[in-house]
Design a protein around this ligand. Structure first.
Ligand code: 13P
Ligand code: SF4
Length: 305
């Protein structure tokens, strides 16, 4: 079937099934084009919490769809491919986290939203790339366990010097693979471009950037900036949205920055999940109850970018 035909069917089924499509900024262009809301983790969590439709189809990875379910457990949350899993979210396990908590009984646990529901349930508060610094600054404790992204945690450390931040050795393979040399090469080719990078990047990549943002932070900055060229240090598909919303500006991706997990969702799978309303995100009630608190606590703090 052609993209246009599938997209029309998707629109029709959304209306028929009282469904919305929440789509992350890293999804393929044809899925971005049928989104009801396109956004970053924090924005999509907010949308999921506030919608009153019956069915939420989440085009992103597991932890994003799980967060939508935790925040709105009465609704059906459907993820078009149940195998679209963020590897970083799997890098911290409840056993290991509990051991670290025992070792540091006074520490508060901040878990990046890129974690499983079980890890959120063991946390004091969550954060996303849009508010990690603000969340950590807001805590009373002088000792913080930050899981699982060591790069995001190291970035937070730059701004929070009055607390001990204990890092977990997790990382995003897609962002960690972005090398300083790739950014330098792009800068040599496009000397007038501003360099925007995601805080999941290595510290030395952050050091050669002009700005560090969540994906929605990059979207907002690109709109407001007087610059007309941008080097984008995050998953390359964000450039589709950036160009669509700023056709007069140029965006240069790191071409190898691809998240294979995000790409497991296809337009055909989105159509199929609207036809079957499957596969649904299923989580134990007890986990939902415990994981909701740190997520809502974070949502009350809001964006920091
Ligand atoms: P954002 O919340 O900035 O969109 O990031 C999510 C993510 O998974 C980055 O790799
Ligand atoms: Fe996970 Fe990295 Fe993919 Fe984001 S880009 S979903 S952190 S693997």
């Amino acid at each position: 079937m052609e993209i246009k035909t599938i997209s029309l069917k998707i629109e029709e089924l959304k209306r028929k099934n009282n469904a919305i499509l929440l789509v992350h900024n890293y999804q393929i262009p044809s899925i971005q084009d049928v989104a009801d809301y396109l956004g970053d983790s924090l924005d999509l969590a907010r949308r999921a919490a506030s919608t009153d439709v019956e069915n939420i189809v989440f085009c992103g990875v597991d932890f994003m769809a799980e967060s939508a379910k935790i925040l709105n457990p009465e609704k059906n949350v459907i993820i078009p491919d149940i195998d679209a899993k963020c590897p970083m979210a799997a890098m911290v396990d409840p056993n290991g986290l509990n051991k670290l908590k025992e070792k540091h009984p006074d520490a508060e646990v901040v878990s990046y939203i890129n974690t499983t529901a079980e890890i959120k349930a063991l946390s004091d508060i969550c954060c996303t790339s849009a508010n990690a610094v603000k969340v950590v600054k807001n805590l009373d404790s002088k000792q913080i366990i930050f899981v699982p992204d060591q790069n995001l945690g190291s970035y937070v450390k730059r701004f929070v010097t009055d607390k001990q931040i204990i890092l977990w050795p997790g990382l995003c393979p897609t962002h960690h693979r972005i090398r300083k040399s790739q950014i330098i090469n792009l800068k040599q080719k496009h000397p007038d471009a501003e360099v925007l990078v995601h805080p999941e990047c290595r510290p030395e990549v952050i050091d050669v950037s002009d700005f560090v943002f969540s994906t929605n932070g990059m979207v907002n900055h690109a709109k407001e900036s007087n610059a007309s060229e941008f080097i984008i240090g995050t998953e390359k598909e964000l450039c589709y949205r950036l160009k669509k919303e700023n056709p007069e500006k140029e965006f240069y991706p790191v071409k190898s920055a691809i998240c294979p997990n995000m790409k497991k969702i296809t337009l055909e799978k989105v159509l199929n999940s609207l036809l079957t309303l499957e596969p649904k995100v299923i989580l134990p009630d007890e986990i939902i109850k415990k994981a909701k608190k740190p997520l809502e606590r974070m949502m009350n703090i809001g964006r920091g970018d």
